[in-house]
Design a protein. Sequence first.
Length: 239
Amino acid sequence: MIVDPIAKLLGEWSSEINFWSILFRIFLAFLFAAILGYERATKRHAAGFRTFILVTISSTIAVLLDVFFIESYDIMFPVLSAAILISIAILSSNSVLYSSRNQIKGLTTSVALWSSAVLGLTLGAGFYTASLVFIALFLISLSVLPKLEIYLKDKSNHFEIHLELKNKANLQDFVATLRKLGIVIDDIESNPAYVNSGLSVYTISLSIYSKELKQYKKHSEIIEALSKLDYVNFIEEMK
């Protein structure tokens, strides 16, 4: 039998299913979810404080009920826990949206919401140490790793841009400018969301093959230089 280190320190009551251990696990679910929800809410994401708390507490209670049903009625499968994970997965997938610039919005928050359900299941099962490690890594992933991700993307030879040209005829000039800089177009798509705007809008995948650009230029610097072209209305890197 697996003995949780924190449960061992707290005492035998914390590893058993009793009134106090149930309250303790629900309280931890509330506390941990509040921390995660606060992190998301401060960054103005759709799923915030209350959503994370509700999902995590519900998952914790689902596990506790499953344990009760398994011990009392010899049910062999954790039905409620499985149902919670499936339900949250469906709910989370519906929160992922595509913007008019073909950018995916809400994917990280969607996965974070599903992960908070897993956190609730872990707490409900009495794995306190695993839950503590889980939330620490969770917060590192959400708060620290984005900076590393941005750095690695900026060092990549491949990136994608949202481009708005003042006229469709300017596309040929833009392509010629990229070639002079040592940048190749891997893929280009016209964005139908801007059909009646008077602009010519594209999503373009680019690869840098110029040694100078690879060594000295960041994506942001390349985009800033391109934004100064007279016929470019707007340009940005897609995240």
